[in-house]
Design a protein around this ligand. Sequence first.
Ligand SMILES: [Zn+2]
Length: 291
Amino acid sequence: MKDKILRIVDKELKMRIFAAETTELVEKARKTHNLSPVASAALGRSLTVGLLMGMMLKNNDDRLTLQIKGGGPLDGIVVVSNHRGIVKGYVNNPEVYLEPNHKGKLDVGGAVGKDGYVNVIKDIGLKEPYIGFVPLVSGEIAEDVAYYFLKSEQVPSVVALGVLVDKTGEILSSGGFIIQLLPESEKNIIEKIETNLQNFSTVTSYLSDGESIEDVVKRLTGDMEIKILDEIKPEYSCDCNRERMEQALISLGRNELDSIIETQGKVEIECHFCLNKYSFNRDDINSILGS
Ligand SMILES: [Zn+2]
């Protein structure tokens, strides 16, 4: 298993890098949701950046939700992550097929659309969650998240994300990184990173060539002295359960539930993230509603 997330700083603590290989977990997401190639790329990029942003959270119970809605045929993406490398997500229309874009690549921007927004919700144990909301730039996700960091958190960031999909639909490689330089970064650090970025191809090309995510980071930092603070194995995993689904049922209200029982004999709810089904009969509903 080679999936991995790294949290890295330079010696002077003027720069931080979050980098991840996510090939196996995106393949798991693809199989779970039966994603088309362009849906795999869109959700894979979103899962990867959700994990990287999750690493910026501090506490075990903190949760990050990333919503991207752009009016395209994919009809929206939702990703939920934490700082322990656990992530889940879905797209509303996993079966979108589009022609490649003008660069011959999977048309993620076309599938997502760009008439919409990125919404970041951080549950960090406060009464109200932190919410950051910016319009989409391109629907290609990396650019949109970079814009979010700049506008909403005032942190200039380099964001790169990629998912390489085989002809069979299988995920060949997936990964990405976020580089953030502190305002007081020395000029030579900025220049070094800029030069290294100019010579940088794509994360997925290096991963497909058999490089590790550490090798990829080395391409970005060159001869700079860096320190790996965290190394975590990320995982696609859903934490849904029957109790949580009962809460969702209660919010539907008795009239709605009664009418579903009348017509279908039971109420069935499917989890968006893992597609597990939960079924409730009339007795279940009565006991949930307390009658
Ligand atoms: Zn679930």
